[in-house]
Design a protein around this ligand. Structure first.
Ligand SMILES: [Cu+2]
Length: 103
């Protein structure tokens, strides 16, 4: 019984109410980045999922992230400093988007 109470306390500590980080997925398909999440905040996770048969990247112009996405894979980044981040694909420079991170 004591073990159970201890485990519960740890779970509550890891999930503080109200400020839990969110996770968003940006799907890459048909040589395009899908919609970027609105309301993204520092500490949230962005999952990039490549549904294409081609390799892509999600590369920030300011170098703050560079995600390699072989076909059929996913990778994630945690949103850092609030701001606006333009990104593109290294292999297909016409593929672009902007992530906006709020405080
Ligand atoms: Cu690409």
């Amino acid at each position: 019984m004591r073990v159970l109470v201890l485990a519960l306390a740890i779970v509550l500590q890891l999930a503080p109410g109200g400020s839990a980080a969110a996770e968003y997925t940006i799907v890459v398909s048909a040589m395009k980045f899908g919609p970027v999440p609105a309301g993204l905040r520092a500490g949230d996770t962005v999952v990039w999922r490549n549904d294409d048969m081609f390799r892509h990247t999600a590369t920030a112009r300011d170098g703050s992230f560079d995600v390699d996405l072989p076909p059929g894979t996913s990778a994630s980044v945690v949103a850092g400093e609030p701001g606006s981040y333009e990104f593109f694909c290294k292999f297909h420079p016409g593929m672009t988007g902007t992530l906006v991170v709020g405080p």
